[in-house]
Design a protein around this ligand. Structure first.
Ligand SMILES: Nc1ncnc2c1ncn2[C@@H]1O[C@H](COP(=O)(O)OP(=O)(O)OP(=O)(O)O)[C@@H](O)[C@H]1O
Length: 615
């Protein structure tokens, strides 16, 4: 199988992606837009250190670096087209579409495997794939830790108590799917719990924790130590809120019945980010305070939004969790993968999903009645059926809608609606009504595939600020000095442990007398001068929207040639909506998105499938 390769294009001879002084194949592939200067630099430096001058080996290393930059953990050299023509399809078409001199796939990986770079363990050839050493190690760590966990004896449970508890917390036919998943999870050390939005994952987690706490108390042990974690602060806050809500729900026939004993056993349950759970280690972003030598004290570790967990973070998590602690990885494997390299959740499902022992428990029943059209749309996207996706979008029942970018009236309506929304938020913010401003701001999200360009988040943020400023009669946004204004919706883009701010937190700026304060959705508020890493949130990228939802979502699709346009991106974007989703794009762009998979090269699924211990 050959892979179409993405190329960047530029007319600027001083483009920073061009590597100065590169020669041979590295230069050719750099100038053709396949490699960036950084890829070339790493390949040249490492090859020079070990005296490796085989050009095809140098190119292979640069391609491995490129692969990681693009989210894969390895590269399949055999997937490139060695004829240099048809496989090099250049999705971002530029002036230089000349065939590339790919080394013949036959024997290429073997040459790399026999090279000085492999001998010095800079790169590893394994499973027919080429890895940079670090990712090869991490992939094997994840596999080895998981296989060890799967082979370990199941924790003891009191079966009669468990069955009674499950009947109380997951009553009747309506909760049968979740009951099965919860029972299987309690009886195992490790579970991957999957399901799309509204499939009842959080409800399952809440009931499951009550079952585990009951078992622990019955066994006469100490109070169960539970860690609830998610990759972003926003996702952690949602998890905590949803679990607390489920626990507090008033008794109702046919619904889960949490008792005062359950609430007592689970009192004070808090969720936090995975980074916080693992504990920062000053000066390192890939190592944590808790590791194999200093394990986490928890008896149960539940991770939500696992699709956003990179290979590196999963390796660190698995080595930190006690081997006898229960681990529950919850998430939606059809969503976009982590920003950093890896597609761990999808790999776990692909590698372990066929096992008969139920390590992967899938929740498939949709429990949100208000979103039936969104559910059908999401299912058609998952099925990779562009005709069904377009039919849903064009059915026009109000909950889902397609706006053609050439439809001037439709676009003008959209812009008016976005401006009105921004103005209403600003009105509440100027009046100092923080809670109302925040609630309104969070009701709608404008999502873009790209950051830059005419359909990018940066452009739409500026557009809305301009219109907002024009309607308010003041200059707002963009320039230094006017970037803070009442009604500015904000997204926190980096963790600040001192202030208790987390990447992914959202809020809105509110006028309080002469001062401006940012009110965040978790209830905290800060003088705007204290906030460093923030972005304006009139529009955001789909990638950054992961782990959050809004009542209404508008998705702006780029044209069909964009390499970012994938099935996973469209699925993630439309499933952010609870009630209504509007897709702005051509039918061709929708079709291209549904047909293109965001494939990430990885050997993890195969390693898990083969179940052979690493030597
Ligand atoms: N078996 C069920 N029968 C009826 N309603 C249910 C059932 N399970 C969950 N619900 C309700 O459906 C809604 C979604 O459930 P839940 O929040 O557990 O799903 P989720 O998979 O965690 O969704 P998301 O990830 O989108 O938050 C909630 O209002 C919940 O109370």
């Amino acid at each position: 199988m050959t892979t179409a390769i993405e190329r960047w294009t530029s007319d600027d001879p001083r483009d920073a992606r061009l590597a100065l002084g590169a020669t041979g194949l590295l230069r050719t592939f750099n100038h053709a837009g396949v490699l960036t200067a950084a890829d070339v630099h790493v390949a040249r430096r490492t090859a020079d250190i070990v005296g490796e001058d085989d050009e095809s080996v140098r190119l292979a290393v640069a391609l491995a670096v490129r692969a990681v930059r693009q989210g894969s953990v390895c590269v399949d050299l055999g997937a490139f087209d060695d004829s240099g023509t048809s496989g090099v399809a250049g999705t971002e078409r530029g002036p230089d579409e000349t065939p590339l001199p790919w080394p013949a796939a036959d024997g290429w990986l073997d040459r790399v495997a026999a090279s000085a770079l492999a001998e010095r363990s800079v790169v590893r050839a394994d499973l027919g794939l080429l890895y940079l050493d670090r990712y090869w190690r991490e992939e094997r760590l994840v596999r080895d830790d998981l296989v060890a966990r799967l082979a370990a004896p199941a924790p003891p449970v009191d079966d009669a108590l468990l069955e009674d508890g499950a009947a109380r917390l997951f009553p009747g036919d309506a909760y049968a799917e979740q009951r099965r998943a919860a029972l299987s999870t309690v009886r195992r050390l490790t579970t991957v719990l999957t399901g799309g939005p509204g499939r009842g994952k959080t409800t399952t987690v809440a009931g499951l924790l009550a079952l585990l706490a009951e078992q622990a108390e019955h066994a006469g042990g100490r109070r169960l130590r539970i860690a609830l974690a998610a990759p972003t602060g926003k996702a952690a806050a949602r998890l905590q809120e949803a679990v607390a809500e489920a626990l507090a729900a008033r008794p109702e026939t046919g619904r889960p019945e949490f008792t005062d004993d359950d609430r007592r056993r689970l009192a004070g349950l808090q969720a936090g980010t995975l980074h916080r759970l693992l504990g920062r280690r000053p000066g390192s972003s890939t190592r944590f305070r808790h590791d194999r030598e200093g394990r986490l004290p928890h008896d149960v570790v539940v991770v939500d939004e696992t699709s956003m967990v990179s290979l590196t973070l999963m390796a660190r998590l698995l080595e930190a969790v006690r081997p006898d602690a229960r681990l529950v990885l919850v998430g939606d494997p059809d969503q976009l993968a982590s920003v950093e390299a890896g597609a761990v959740l999808a790999d776990l499902v692909a590698g372990l999903g066929q096992r008969a022992d139920g390590v992967v428990a899938a929740l498939v029943t949709d429990h949100r009645s208000e979103s039936a059209a969104i559910t059908r749309l999401a299912a058609a996207i998952q099925d990779g059926d562009p005709a069904a996706v377009l039919a849903e979008l064009e059915a026009g029942d109000g909950a889902v809608e397609l706006v053609h970018p050439d439809d001037a009236a439709g676009l003008a309506d959209l812009q008016d609606e976005l401006t009105r929304h921004a103005l209403d938020v600003r009105g509440l913010a100027l009046a100092g009504q923080a809670a109302e401003a925040l609630a309104l701001a969070e009701r709608h999200r404008l999502l873009c595939a790209h950051r830059e360009g005419p359909w990018g988040a940066a452009h739409w943020n500026r557009q809305i600020e301009r219109r907002l400023g024009a309607a308010s009669g003041v200059y707002l946004g963009a320039a230094v000095g006017t970037e803070w204004y009442a009604g500015r919706p904000v997204l926190i883009t980096a963790n600040d442990y001192g202030l208790g701010l987390f990447n992914g937190d959202t809020g809105v700026v509110v006028a309080e007398g002469d001062a401006l304060r940012a009110h965040l959705s978790d209830g905290a508020s800060f003088a705007v001068s204290r906030l460093g890493d923030v972005e304006t949130l009139h529009a955001m990228t789909v990638h950054k929207s992961q782990g959050s939802q809004a009542e209404t979502v508008t998705v702006l699709l780029p044209d069909e040639g964009s390499p970012l346009l994938t099935r996973e991106l469209l699925y993630t974007a439309v499933t952010r909506a609870r009630r209504r989703v509007r897709v702005v794009g051509t039918p061709e762009a929708v079709r291209a998105a549904v047909e293109r998979r965001a494939r990430r090269a990885s050997g993890l699924a195969e390693r898990l499938r083969s179940d052979v211990p690493s030597e």
